[in-house]
Write a protein that binds this ligand. Structure first.
Ligand SMILES: Cc1cc2nc3c(=O)[nH]c(=O)nc-3n(C[C@H](O)[C@H](O)[C@H](O)COP(=O)(O)O)c2cc1C
Length: 184
């Protein structure tokens, strides 16, 4: 079971969340007795072969002006080469985003997650949301995936709360466990 986590991060918040998602994914691999480790890569280092080789793809981006950051979109546009061949069909996908949350309403985090879904669904992946029963749902879960607010009420960066890291680990484990369930 090969897991690829591809993320973009300018100010390390999404990277911290990606690390926690990877820790959860690795814990689930270990629990299942798998020998592989999660591949954690910045989007600019992800090759088409990385995407082809993975059984599980988890993409994460900060919200920029209401949608995903452009380096993530660049990877998505590059990966469109795999659409014709159907190389990504049947893989399991997961999505996460961090956001300042300016105005308290999310600032585009749902749009970011759902547009990542749209791309995965175009490629024929099965996409995992964040079930309500998973640890951390109230802190950083949203039905569409993992959504970590990093700004405070004044719109200033505050960082990633420990509770959000718990949710991130739970989500990483959940996506991998779903892939094992799907494959057995
Ligand atoms: C160019 C830019 C645009 C942003 N636009 C939004 C936005 O529309 N909505 C929002 O909630 N946060 C927005 N933010 C805040 C970031 O999403 C947030 O700080 C995020 O956690 C940064 O992640 P990073 O540290 O991994 O770069 C923006 C930040 C930057 C730098």
């Amino acid at each position: 079971m090969q897991v690829l986590i591809a993320y973009h991060s300018d100010y390390q918040q999404t990277q911290a969340v990606a690390d926690a998602v990877a820790a959860g994914a690795n814990a689930a691999l270990l629990d299942a007795g798998a020998t592989n480790h999660t591949l954690l890569k910045h989007v600019s280092d992800v090759s088409l072969d990385d995407l082809r080789d993975a059984d599980v793809l988890i993409f994460g981006s900060p919200v920029h002006m209401g949608s995903m950051a452009w380096p993530m979109k660049k990877l998505i546009d590059t990966a469109s080469k795999l659409w014709m061949s159907g190389d990504l069909e049947g893989k399991i996908g997961g999505v996460f985003a961090t956001y300042g949350g300016f105005g308290g309403a999310g600032g585009g985090v749902e749009q970011t997650l759902v547009s990542l879904h749209a791309n995965f669904l175009q490629h024929g992946l099965l996409v995992c949301g964040f079930p309500r029963s998973l640890s951390g749902f109230a802190d950083a879960g949203i039905h569409w995936g993992l959504a970590v607010r990093t700004g405070n009420d004044e719109g200033m960066p505050e960082g990633v709360a420990d509770a959000a890291l718990v949710a991130a680990r739970a989500y990483g484990a959940h996506v991998v466990e779903t892939a094992f369930d799907f494959n057995t």
